[in-house]
Write a protein that binds this ligand. Structure first.
Ligand code: NAD
Length: 481
């Protein structure tokens, strides 16, 4: 069986598959070949309004369901996703392009959100306290926030969906998910899996669309919606914050990054190179947490650069779903053009290409693993999200100066620090303006940890207990007894 055989391709509204109101469909493309895989229903504004109304109708009984019941449904979803890890990984690899090993890791990560929030759903705690005056009691309840609109990107088609759906379901919310147009199939398959796990019809609705702007605006302007959770670019996030202002919606925003990766003079280079490979190449560099700029102390820069170059040059590029592939294609031609532009600009300003550096001829949207060294601070690649397999190296001498350079960005999602001195590592970590720091670690993502950014990288946190609270509303009751 190929992964595509059993995948739904219509909208999921109220527990039923249906065509778009105006019958439109759009194509999903395999980035390794540029060929069409299948077509899916293209939700129109009317579909969005209908999905929100269905979600609103199904909200009261789901919100009132016993927390243990919601926990059991999420637990079942975890088990089903793990059972079908291979099929989901193949599907992700086909529509997104990533290497199968990355896709398998994503499915495990995605499933862990179901497990974590299954465990959290029976622990939505309030509190009781005596007012300082002694005159009354302060009772605090945590209630489900209501209908949530979820908008997700293409780079983690499963995990970005479950990271939102799981806490929403755990607290008793109903949702309408609008996945990225490039990767709607994984989202539709997750919708079907949740129905099978016992989610009541209408609690989870999935609307693929190539008409995102009007569709999402139409939903956000519906009075039944109380929450927007968005993961994607800072540019689109800003736009949606404006739209969400009209109904004063609660907004969680997981936006773009520009992660610095600092290698201090006393770093363990085995660890630093291994961490660099993970922080850069997990998901082929198409991750918001991807190391975007390597600042390496001059004392270890030559060795770090040649070891990283050797590891990058040894990676095997090819269609993600082929055995032995370590780096798949980028998502589309525009992504390859962006990477090309950033590398050309750095080289024109004086950087040296150590490996890669030239687009691979089609079919498919391939760019090779690339290391560029001695990148000048004026290069655009140090300011913009690369979202591809390119590691730019900058050498430094002064720690305070490099911290200032690392912080000189509107983004603040993830950072990485390598030092064998834990006190120095912690001091530098604390000085970095980012929501997450990997200290001698190349991966920060963990369903049990609060994932999110500062500055223009976002608002709110996903994962951990904090991720649950983002789907609750606080009610305070003043009383006396
Ligand atoms: P994108 O902003 O282009 O799209 C994200 C989602 O928004 C997609 O579903 C898209 O269809 C939708 N969208 C686009 N225009 C819209 C509009 N006008 N109105 C409503 N919805 C609209 O981002 P992308 O290219 O899919 O993903 C890559 C970006 O996502 C990168 O910047 C990356 O850093 C970011 N990202 C962030 C995190 C995080 O947790 N902070 C995680 C993954 C990706």
């Amino acid at each position: 069986m190929t992964a595509l055989d059993s995948v739904p391709t219509d909208l999921l509204i109220g527990g039923a598959s249906c065509d778009a109101a105006d019958g439109q469909r759009f194509d999903v493309v395999d980035p390794a070949t540029g060929k069409v895989l299948v077509s899916v229903a293209d939700a129109a504004v009317e579909d969005g309004v209908r999905a929100v109304e269905v979600a609103d109708k199904s909200l009261p009984s789901w919100a009132a369901a016993a927390p243990r019941r919601r926990a059991d449904v999420l637990r079942r979803a975890f088990e089903l996703l793990i059972e079908r890890r291979d099929q989901f990984a193949r599907l992700i690899s086909q529509e997104n392009g990533k290497a199968l090993a990355d896709a398998m890791a994503e499915v495990t990560y995605a499933a862990e959100f179901f497990r974590w929030y299954s465990e959290e759903s029976v622990r939505v705690l309030g509190s009781v306290q005596t007012a300082p005056s002694g005159a009354n009691r302060i009772v605090v309840l945590r209630k489900p926030i209501g209908v949530a609109v979820l908008v997700t990107p293409w780079n983690f088609p499963a995990a970005m969906a479950t990271r939102k759906i799981a806490p929403a379901l755990a607290t008793g919310c109903s949702v309408v998910l609008k996945p990225a147009g490039e990767t709607p199939l994984t989202a539709l398959a997750i919708g079907a899996l949740l129905e099978e796990a016992g989610v009541p019809p209408g609690v989870v609705n999935v609307l693929p669309s190539r008409r995102s702007g009007p569709l999402v605006a139409g939903m956000l302007n519906h009075p039944a919606v109380r929450k927007l959770s968005f993961t994607g670019s800072t540019e689109v996030g800003r736009l949606l914050l404006h739209t969400a202002a009209d109904q004063v919606l609660s907004c969680s925003m997981e936006l773009g990054g520009n992660a610095p990766f600092l290698v201090l003079a006393d770093a363990d280079l085995d660890q630093a190179v291994a961490g660099a490979m993970t922080a850069k190449m997990r998901n082929g560099g198409e991750a918001c947490t991807a190391a975007n700029r390597f600042y390496v102390h001059a004392a270890v820069a030559d060795e770090f650069s040649s070891r990283l170059t050797a590891e990058m040059a040894a990676l095997r590029t090819g269609p993600g779903y082929e055995e032995g592939t370590q780096l798949g294609p980028l998502i589309n031609d525009a992504a390859v053009t962006t990477v090309e532009r950033l590398v050309t600009d750095a080289v024109e300003r004086g950087a040296t290409v150590r490996t890669g550096g030239k687009r691979i001829d089609g079919p498919g949207y391939f760019y090779p693993p690339t290391v560029i060294d001695d990148v000048p601070l004026s290069a655009a690649i140090l300011r913009e999200e690369i979202f591809g397999p390119v590691a730019p190296i900058v050498r430094f001498d002064d720690l305070d100066e490099v911290i200032a350079q690392a912080n000189d960005t509107e983004h603040g999602l993830a950072s990485y620090v390598y030092s064998q001195d834990l006190a120095t590592g912690l001091r530098v970590s604390e000085a970095l303006e980012s929501g997450m720091v990997g200290l001698n670690r190349g991966v920060v993502s963990d369903p049990a940890a609060p994932f999110g950014g500062v500055k223009q990288s976002g608002l709110g946190r996903e994962g951990g207990h904090e991720g649950l609270l983002d789907y609750t509303e606080t009610q305070y009751i003043a009383t006396t007894w």
